[in-house]
Design a protein around this ligand. Sequence first.
Ligand code: SF4
Length: 383
Amino acid sequence: MSQDWEIAIQRTINNNVPRVHRILENHKYILDLAKKLREAKMRVLSDLETYVEQTLESVKRTGGNAYFVNNAEEAKEIVGKIVGKGKIVVFGKSMVAYESGIRKYLQQLGNEVWETDLGEFLIQLADEPPSHIIAPAVHMTKERVAKLLKEKLGFDVSESSSHEELVQKVREFLRNKFLSANVGITGANAVAADVGSIVLVENEGNIRMSTVVPPVHIAIVGVEKIVPTLEDALIEALVQAAYAGLYPPTYINVTSGPSSTGDIEMKRVSPAHGPKEFHLILVDNGRLKASKDPILREALLCIRCGRCHLHCPIYRILDGNWGDAPYSGPMGAMWSYIIYNDYKPALYCTHSGNCKEVCPMKINIPRVLEYIKYMGNKQRSDK
Ligand code: SF4
């Protein structure tokens, strides 16, 4: 175990775990919202194909473009056609874009690509996989971040620089990238099937910039993020923020098609000041198959709050190197199997059960992992 990691993760636990407890204690309605959200997501997962169709139709009604893709290759092909070559691209945070290898693919095409979520930006600079689902650079201490920024970008910082100074330097650097970007690429916390809106929750403001400043916005999202209504999507944003320990969130963004205005005779026309084009790419990559399995289906309820990681003894002793990037920790052990057909991360689980206790969606993670172990053993003995 690296000492750097040990220090970084201990600081993270100290900062995050008591804060989530306080949030849930002070805002008890979040528990009811989480229950309601689980029920809404279960409805979708029991008939996912129908909800995919409904979502595609709804996005088109708002003036957006919507696509369903089976796998990463198809996702890359569509994104490559929309972006082209020689562009500046800013990424908000999209796990599915990472899963599909979109950033590296766009770079190979000759585009300048920047991650703008601070954690993602740091792992891009370090060329390392993320170690946590919402805080990808959680394995880096402040001192290591300073060293990295100095080495890779020549920033005038040192190991004694404060958190605030480091963030300010990145802010100055990325501000120009946002303003000159041709395309913004994000994920979504939730997609509303009834109206075709995507909802994104964040604190940095980078998602707001990525979705509004460039003339083209592409959202790359797993099909399991579909919820029945915009109300459910907004509930997901609140629940995710609370269980991530960042409540109230600084921003909740709703995007429904390209920018528009109704200011002349109240006729709604597009575009206005924001993007001229909005593209939603819904990615399957194993999710539809999982939705048909009564045990694996549970894993698709995950809202990526990252709470299970910090309560898991195995995540802590494995240096964060648990799961196939970008999926880590207990949720990552489930998702590594769903997306990459890799059962090995599940084998590390010792079934302490903490993850199930703290999960807002009440996913029975130990049971899912036990099932994946069984499926993995079966795969091996069938060979
Ligand atoms: S499995 Fe549960 S606790 Fe873990 S990230 Fe997903 S929703 Fe959060």
